[in-house]
Structure formats: structure tokens, C-alpha cells
Write a protein of this length. Structure first.
Length: 175
């Protein structure tokens, strides 16, 4: 009986820790920053807008793929960030607002996307030694293409391989 209860608790904790069936556990940027400080993983920031059709398509087709969800849930702290949010956001000790200076774009979106406001854009927030890197990757991506991109950053291949060389040798799970 005792073993059954322990097994049950382990199963429940696994289910609540890592969403199943192709579901990504999205964090706020503040939650992801806090988690990353406790145990570093790169941040994956899906920068989107409510009116963006390609953003919705990527939500439906790419982020629901079980392979993509597994990589995001286990190798990154995934964040969804509305690039036109009106909420003030503090990230990396700096306060960002949406003051209308960039049209509808939030200051954090402008910073993350390096002023190239295109949606959807996913942003990889990485760390090497004590330096942070921000790499925006614009455009809609099918699951197979997203798997290569995610693996490139999750495996830190960018430190030793060019993107072109990595793509040539990558073998993924998605066919």
C-alpha cells in the first residue's frame, strides 16, 4: 500500500511538472528569469501579438507538437510575451513600459527584437560565462524547422558550430 501511494505521488508530480500531450508550460518573463537564476537554462521567448495570424498558426501547429513541447519544457524556460502588452515589466533589473514611443510595441519587445518588430519572433536568451546573449529568430516555423533551431540553442552548438554546418548534420525526431 505504501509503495502504491509513493508511486502515485511520483506520477502526479511528473505530470504537474512537465505538461503532457504536446503542451508547453509557459512562464511569465519574471518567473523564467527567477527560475533561470536558480538553475540556468536559456529562456525561449515567443514574442507575439494578438492580431498576428502567423503567431496563432505557430501556437496551433508548432508549439503543440510533442517533440517541440518536450524540448521547450525540459531544455528552456519558455515564455510567451505579448509585444503590445500594456503592463510594466521588470527584466534583468531594468523596467520596461509601453509608453507609445514605438507605436503599439512594448519597450521590452523593442529591446528583445533589436528594433526589428516582426511577428512572430522567437528570442533565445542565452548565457556564456557571465555574459548574456539575445538572439531573435523571426518568422513562422514548422515543427521540423523549429526542432533544429531549438536544438542548436539547447545544445549550445552556437558556441562551436556555424548555423549552416549544424543544419547539415542535424538529425531530429520529427520527420
Amino acid at each position: 500500500m505504501k509503495r502504491s501511494i509513493i508511486f502515485f505521488l511520483l506520477v502526479i508530480s511528473t505530470i504537474t511538472t512537465f505538461p503532457q500531450n504536446g503542451k508547453v508550460k509557459w512562464y511569465t518573463i519574471q518567473e523564467a528569469e527567477k527560475l533561470s537564476k536558480e538553475s540556468f537554462r536559456p529562456l525561449f521567448i515567443d514574442t507575439y501579438t494578438d492580431w498576428c495570424g502567423w503567431c496563432k498558426k505557430m501556437d496551433q501547429e508548432t508549439f503543440t507538437n510533442p517533440v517541440i513541447a518536450e524540448i521547450l519544457n525540459t531544455r528552456f524556460y519558455p515564455v510567451k510575451f505579448n509585444a503590445e502588452s500594456k503592463e510594466d515589466v521588470t527584466f534583468m533589473g531594468q523596467k520596461f513600459i509601453n509608453d507609445g514611443k514605438y507605436g503599439n510595441a512594448h519597450q521590452l519587445a523593442v529591446a528583445l527584437l533589436q528594433s526589428q518588430l516582426s511577428y512572430p519572433t522567437v528570442v533565445f536568451f542565452t548565457k556564456k560565462d557571465d555574459k548574456y546573449g539575445v538572439t531573435p529568430v523571426p518568422g513562422f516555423r514548422q515543427p521540423k524547422e523549429m526542432e533544429v533551431i531549438l536544438s542548436y540553442f539547447a545544445d549550445k552548438a552556437y558556441e562551436t558550430h556555424t548555423w549552416e554546418d549544424y543544419q547539415k548534420t542535424f538529425v531530429g525526431k520529427i520527420q
